[in-house]
Structure formats: C-alpha cells, structure tokens
Design a protein around this ligand. Structure first.
Ligand code: PLP
Length: 433
C-alpha cells in the first residue's frame, strides 16, 4: 500500500485497511471518527532515516508540525532535538520530559514572557528574529545575569518555489534579517557589542513542502559565504549553522520528494566543498524537519454521512470532520490521497468530491477523489499523510470537538489524545449572568 500511506498500512484478507496489524474498522468502532491514527513504527523510522541521512548533524524536530506530548516523547527518544515556537510548545516539550538543553526557541514575535521562560528553563538555543528582540533578550538575560546563546535567523533571498504561504526564504518575508538589505550585517554588528547575548551561529529556513535539493544547496552556500565574509570583516568565526527544514513528503502517489539519504548527502557534500573553497572550518550543522518526520506516519479515518450525486455535475461525499481537523486543503489547496478503508470494491471508480461538515464551501477534504462507484453512507474513508499541520492547526469551527488520536504498533493501540467532549467546548465560556 505505502506510497503516501504509513509504512505498515496494508489490506487484510477481507480487504479492510490495517495499520500495524490493527483494522481501521476496529479503530473506528472503539475510538470513533474522525480519528488520527499514528503508525509508531513509521514515525520512529522517519526519525532514524534523518539521523542516518545526516550523520554528525543535529536533527531537530520542528514541533509546530505536531506538538503533542506523546509525539514529542517518541521523537526525543529517537535522539532528535526539538524546535518550539511559543511558550505553549515549550511547555508541551517540558511536560513531555524533553531536556531543555535540546530545545530551540523560534518565533518572529516572541514575548518577554516567552523569552524569559526560555532563559529560566535553559533552552539550548534561541533563534533571534529581529533587532527589537536582540535588545529585549539583552535586557532579560542581563536581569538573570545570564548569557544567552543565539542564532541569528537570516532571510537568505532564496525563493523555494513552493506555496506562497509556506515560503520563508525570499527577501520580502516577515521572518528574520534580510541579507540583501543589510539587516543581517546590522544584527551581527549589534551582537558584537552585547554582553548578555552571544551569537554562536546562524539559521535559515527557506520554506516547506520543497521537492528538490537545489534550494537547500543554494541555502547552504549562501549561509557559508556569509559566515566566511563575517570572519573576514570582523575576525569572528561562528561555529554553528542551522539550515532549517522544509523537505516535502508524499501526499498522493503523484508526489515524488527526494529520499532523506540523497538530501543529506547533497547538503553535506555542499557544506564540505564550500568550506574547502572558503577555507572555513566545517560548522556544527543542524537541520529542522517537521512535516517529513510526522506527516507520513498518520492517516485520518472519517465516516461517510451523505452521498449526493448531482447528475452531470459533482458527486458530493460528506464526512464527519473536515477543515477543523485538516485545514490544509482550504489553506494551501493541498491534496491528500483518499481510500475506502472498511472494504475493497470491484465497482468502477468515480471522481467524487469529499467534503467536511462545516458551513464553508471551501471545506474540502479532496476534490475529484477516485473512489468506488458503490461508495455508501456508513463507509469509512482514510485520508493519507495527515500527521503534519493538521492536529496542530485544528480548530473548533462550528463547535466541533477535536478528534482523538491513537498510536498503533504491533497490533497494540495506545491513546495519544482524547476526543474533546461537548463540555470541553464550553469550558472557557463565561455566562453573563
Ligand atoms: C523555522 C522553521 N524550521 C523548520 C520548519 C519545518 O518545516 P517542515 O515542516 O516543512 O520541515 C518550519 C516550518 O514552518 C520553520 O518555520
């Protein structure tokens, strides 16, 4: 089955989709739908492929992709660092028992509270995003009589040709110090005067769901050139280089991302060659994948609630979740492969449009999904590669309780997230009388 499906996904003799030997029908019956099903073996395997594909490199999981205690525990067990981008993500990592020294704090508008908490717990690195933040960090670290070790987030002027909303490396971006406008130089010069901020390296993340290696190679070259120039101009050698995340994954059979091993080789060779040319000592490298770690491990199970064929037009198939548990199709025109999960069928496939139950026409699960012509109310659908930027972007739109998530491994099921209840939905509400 695999393609975009978790590594242990297959069909049993009755044609039912199974993950780690557990039938989708059993999961739906016991845990309800919508349901995120995480293949633990797949998740661990993705972590290992990164560590093997990037030997000698620190791999940090970008927790924005899916930040829940159980996921962070697994990723940390596999030896990955963790990048957090808010005090909420930081708190989750601490609750998961992650060593703060292996945490990286990101964010283009970190609050004083977030910075101070990072200093208090001793996160490994803070990625400074703006001149304002540098001044704030100097003040806050000074108040604690502490020296914060930071990377400067550089906007390297690389257009990664991905969706506009996930491009971050081009000049006119909200993130980081724009290299071409001299902001990176200004930030570096300012750091040299600071007492409580020590710049030890640079960081650049150029975007997400990128399929080729060229943008990553260009990013490494631009950053090493910058480090070498700063050495020449200021006599300071920065020893750490974080090249961000962004490698794409398969959402459908048509997607063909580069294997981690090839991506790692391309980056490491580029760094070695460029360092040689520049006479620059090889820096300690960090990469920060998010989507590629958690995305492929997970599928979502939904139950079909209505089938509405409009003759000569579209057949609309409504499921019991939608944009509140996966905003990606609405936000990025993303496509996820969809499969009938509770049975196989010999019926001729028809292109149907699978939609959610929300009050929005844009509430798509998948347009033109080729599904068997006998698809019926009560069938189960599985949607592939829903581990990244789904639960972490989930909402309660239309006051839908957020789904449960389970972890499956060797025929065993463990809960990761309980389903929200109706009472959860009104827990924060304050009646006026
Ligand atoms: C700073 C940073 N690093 C890493 C990532 C992870 O990107 P991806 O999930 O595409 O690997 C992101 C995603 O937005 C990011 O902003």
């Amino acid at each position: 089955m695999p393609g975009p499906w978790p590594l242990t996904a297959e069909r049993d003799d009755a044609g039912v989709l199974t993950i780690a030997g557990v039938a989708a029908t059993d999961l739906a019956r016991e845990h309800g739908t919508p349901l995120w099903v995480v293949d633990e073996a797949d998740l661990r395997e993705r972590c290992r492929r990164y560590r093997e594909g990037f030997p000698g490199v620190d791999v940090a999981y970008a927790s924005k992709a899916w930040c829940t205690v159980g996921v962070l525990q697994i990723v940390a067990e596999e030896g990955l660092w963790i990048d957090v981008a808010s005090d909420g993500e930081l708190h989750t990592a601490l609750v998961a028992g992650v060593d703060p020294a292996t945490l990286i704090l990101h964010g283009n508008n970190k609050s004083d509270r977030e910075l101070d908490r990072a200093l208090e717990v001793g996160v490994g690195r803070i990625v400074v995003d703006s001149l304002d933040e540098l001044e704030r960090l100097e003040r806050l670290a000074g108040a604690r009589d502490h020296v914060a070790q930071v990377w400067l987030r550089i906007t390297p002027g690389i257009d990664a040709h991905t969706h506009e909303y996930v491009r971050t490396g081009h000049d006119d971006a909200k993130f980081g110090f724009t290299l071409s406008l001299g902001l990176a130089d200004e930030a570096f010069r300012r750091c040299l005067d600071l007492v409580h901020v020590e710049v030890v390296g640079v960081h650049a993340h150029i975007g997400s769901q990128i399929f080729g290696t060229d943008p990553f190679i260009a990013n490494a070259e631009v950053m090493l050139d910058l480090l070498a120039r700063w050495r020449d101009e200021h006599g300071v050698v920065l020893t750490e280089l974080n090249l961000g995340g962004g490698m794409g994954i398969r959402y459908t059979h048509e997607d063909h991302p580069v294997e981690v091993a090839r991506y790692g080789k391309a980056v490491l060779e580029t760094v070695a060659e460029r360092c040689d040319v520049l006479g620059f000592p090889q820096p300690r490298l960090v990469v920060e994948p998010g989507r590629a770690i958690v995305g492929p491990s997970t599928l979502t199970l939904y139950e079909v609630g209505t089938v509405k064929p409009l003759p000569g037009l579209t057949t609309w198939v409504s499921v019991d979740g939608g944009m509140s548990d996966n905003i990606r199709p609405a936000l990025y025109d993303a496509e996820h492969e969809v499969a009938l999960a509770n049975r196989t069928s010999d019926a001729e496939p028809h292109a149907v449009t699978v939609v959610g139950k929300h009050c929005e026409s844009g509430d798509l699960v998948r347009e033109h999904a080729p599904l068997p012509g006998d698809l019926a109310v009560g069938d189960l659908l599985a949607v592939a590669a829903t581990g990244a930027y789904t639960e972490s972007m989930a909402s309660n739109y239309n006051r839908l309780p957020r789904p449960a998530a389970v972890l499956v491994r060797d025929g065993q099921v463990r809960p990761l997230l309980r389903r929200e209840s109706l009472d959860d939905l009104v827990r924060r509400d304050i009646p006026l009388s």
